[in-house]
Design a protein around this ligand. Structure first.
Ligand code: RIB
Ligand code: CA
Length: 308
């Protein structure tokens, strides 16, 4: 049975790799790509999405999203992902036009077209999904699955407490976590467990010369610190969330209550994961605790080979 999947992203180099993984799956029909401000501004994520979709030969609608609901928008620093957020990857300028619908409405259109069948991979700030839920409160009940890259069990990467996707729009994240959507959360810890180094991308380029080289350009470019290239490696967060959506059975998960801090001065945007049930709230989130590294690498290699 073909799975219907929509991606909501802020490409972003790791979003791009996650998109490639989804596009490569024989049993997944990727129906749309919604974009949101995050790694780079909303117009740049939309431009990147159009160029990536064309480059991958996908014929799917691409929508532009908005900036955060309330939080002051600050893009991730350019040095982390290069000026347009795609490292040094060279992408031809696509002629295609954006959808006439904004991201939240494109997601709604797809939910109405594939009720109880649509799976969503969210790898950026949750602004679009929060707008969707505010405009169409029945939306969460129509989702088959919502896998999001965001948050963490312990500590952040943007503040000491908060992960970037959540920290960029905590109010939106709170709306999503409180919506009753069938949530799986892939936090920072999972990405940190599966860092990719230069030799990992070299191996991928061996099995998929064209797209493997492209993937390497996304991550290894003049701005990348040397220690990231050869020792520590890149935590390619969004690609782990893609792996969880592609093969959810492989993920180790625990069901806990999760909510987002929206008032804390030092903890604004923190995902509070109630592992002991101290808040006496019904657990509503599948928190991913781990994913087999060999399965992750296998999915990466299979995906790039299929696209090459
Ligand atoms: O914190 C990591 C997340 O922030 C990833 O999704 C990355 O693409 C950025 O959006
Ligand atoms: Ca992202």
């Amino acid at each position: 049975m073909t799975r219907k999947v929509l991606m909501d992203a802020d490409p972003g180099n790791d979003d791009a790799l996650a998109l490639m993984m989804l596009a490569a799956q024989p049993d997944i029909d990727l129906v749309a790509l919604a974009t949101v401000a995050g790694n780079v501004p909303a117009d740049v994520t939309a431009r990147n999405a159009l160029d990536l979709v064309a480059y991958l030969g996908l014929d799917i609608p691409v929508a532009q999203g908005s900036v955060p609901l309330l939080a002051p928008y600050e893009r991730l620093s350019a040095s982390l992902m290069g000026p347009r957020g795609l490292g040094a990857a060279e992408l031809p300028h696509a002629e295609g036009a954006l959808s006439s619908l904004p991201s939240a409405e494109l997601i709604w259109q797809m939910l109405c077209r594939y009720p109880h069948e649509l799976e969503i991979l969210a790898t950026g700030p949750l602004t679009n999904l929060a707008l969707l839920i505010r405009l169409h409160p029945e939306a969460p009940r129509l989702m088959k699955r919502l896998v999001l890259m965001g948050g963490s069990r312990f500590g952040g990467n943007t503040s000491p407490a908060a992960e970037f996707n959540i920290h960029t729009d905590p109010e939106a994240a709170h709306i999503v976590f409180s919506s009753g959507a069938p949530l799986s959360m892939v936090g920072l810890e999972v990405g940190y467990d599966h860092r990719l180094r230069r030799e990992d991308f070299a191996r991928l380029a061996t099995c998929a010369p064209w797209i493997g080289a492209f993937a390497g350009q996304l991550f290894f470019y003049p701005g990348t610190p040397e220690h990231t290239l050869s020792e520590r490696g890149w935590p390619v967060f969004d690609s782990l969330a893609a792996a969880v959506l592609i093969d959810p059975e492989a993920a180790e998960t625990a069901e806990w209550f999760v909510d987002v801090e929206t008032r804390g001065e030092l903890t604004y945007g923190e995902t509070v994961v109630d592992e002991k049930g101290r808040l006496k709230q019904k657990p509503q989130t599948k928190v991913v605790l781990g994913y087999p590294h060999d399965r992750y690498l296998e999915l990466l290699a299979q995906s790039l080979k299929a696209l090459d």
